[in-house]
Design a protein around this ligand. Sequence first.
Ligand SMILES: Cc1cc2nc3c(=O)[nH]c(=O)nc-3n(C[C@H](O)[C@H](O)[C@H](O)COP(=O)(O)OP(=O)(O)OC[C@H]3O[C@@H](n4cnc5c(N)ncnc54)[C@H](O)[C@@H]3O)c2cc1C
Length: 515
Amino acid sequence: MNWDESCDVLVVGSGAGGLTGAYAAARAGLSTILIESSDRFGGTSAYSGGGMWFPGNAVLRRGGGDHDFASARAYYHEVVGNRTPRDLQDAYLDTGAELIEFLEEDPDLAFIVHPWPDYFGALPTASATGRHIAPAPLPAASLGALRNALRPTLGEERSGMPLADELVAGQALVGRFLLALSKRSHVDLQLNAALTQLVEEDGKVLGAVIRCPAGHKRVKAGKGVLIAAGGFDHDAAMRERFGVPGTVSGAMSPPSNDGAAIKAGMAAGGAVDLMDQAWWSPGLMRPDGRSTFTLGFDGGVFVDQDGQRFMNESMPYDRSGREIIARMEQDLLRLPFWLVYDNRDDGAPPIQFPNQPIGELDDYRAAGLLRSGATLPLLAAAIGVPAVALVATADRVNEQVACGIDDDFGRGAEPYDRVFTEGRLPMDRIDRAPFHAMAFGLSDLGTKGGLRTDRDARVLDSSGSPIAGLYAAGNSMAAVSGTAYPAGGNPIGSGMVFAYRAANHMACDPERQNT
Ligand SMILES: Cc1cc2nc3c(=O)[nH]c(=O)nc-3n(C[C@H](O)[C@H](O)[C@H](O)COP(=O)(O)OP(=O)(O)OC[C@H]3O[C@@H](n4cnc5c(N)ncnc54)[C@H](O)[C@@H]3O)c2cc1C
């Protein structure tokens, strides 16, 4: 076999999963190449809040967070159920605290408590403050030349905001890993290098073919290849083939999350699971044609084509997304649906956390995505819903605000619902003219179906046997959380855990000690 380059561990993708895998492999003394197909490191993880759900970890213990591990385990088992193997679930639950202890030994990797309620707050085992931590902020200048290699935030990349001097959230997570990796020897971080194919022999993965600006090269990976290349969010054909609700226009990840690495894993015999699943959200329809992940509705109500409310607008975003999908599948909801609100904030929509600046409302108006009426019946005409129904919807909301209880949809009943309103009911009257409506569709934070793995992130074939030398983590792996999104910090937290477990497995796999 002719190889152009050689390493112990080849990591594909530079999100939280890939960076954790590369870092753990390098710290175990393995020579490591990390390839990133785009021109920036960080993937969706760089856009993210950087939250991590690791029950019982030392940061929670030190910072006074909820560190009751037994109830966290019971909570996770109950929410996820038996859709994924229990031993996979336990591998996530049992490894998070260990991973944080391991990472905190490095002064470049620091974390803080970030209270964030669990997403099924009605369960007795749910935590109202959460089991959630975040990276500590990091001065951008500490990255030196790597600063320009870090994928910017959504606001910086899509809305032209200036680059921040202080990195927080996902920026700090990716930045801290880049900083830590830059101080390790035997690590080679490569941009514009995309996995196109795995090289196999006798059922073992020996390395990969990589497309880079100079052409294609073959890289030998003595211990194994870790696919942590995100989901297949931007591959319209693959979405359609596997029946993922929503479209590419609602995908929040960078366009380079195109599923090519998952396909390479499938071509090498990897089985897949959960391929119709994503981490969903209501999506604010934008003038550029995107529908974007939006949370923190502290007023207004969603109405359907009949002018009626259909859900708790403040519930956790993936539960909202699943409600939207279920209603669409039953033909009860057509897109767009509308966020209806009044003029109490001079026409600004009651959205606390759009993830990317909303921009100029006039642009939405010009695109037909923001409509107004001097009265509710005029607004109803503008959005094509029955006037009587819209007036009745607003009257009902006003009654509920007066009583302080939404007894139709339970808005405000769970701690998460009130996280953006400092504990108050996240609703407001709809009675100040003029009235407004913004168009909404479906968005996703990434697909979550992918290569099936065991608890050490080894990719399994269709008979359930591990494929030697092939590992998967993050959104490239069939998610441990199955068809649920138990808590904020699950996508990144589980991605990091399985990448770490993969690296540890590669470091001590007896079958490949002398490769
Ligand atoms: C606004 C926002 C906020 C969020 N906040 C949180 C949060 O606080 N906590 C949380 O847990 N989750 C959060 N999420 C979800 C989370 O960001 C993603 O699920 C997670 O980052 C995915 O991580 P990953 O490592 O699997 O992939 P990614 O971070 O998407 O990285 C994958 C990388 O692989 C690269 N790649 C793709 N194909 C190839 C190839 N063939 N060869 C080489 N490289 C390739 C891509 O270019 C990309 O850079 C948020 C999402 C969004 C959009």
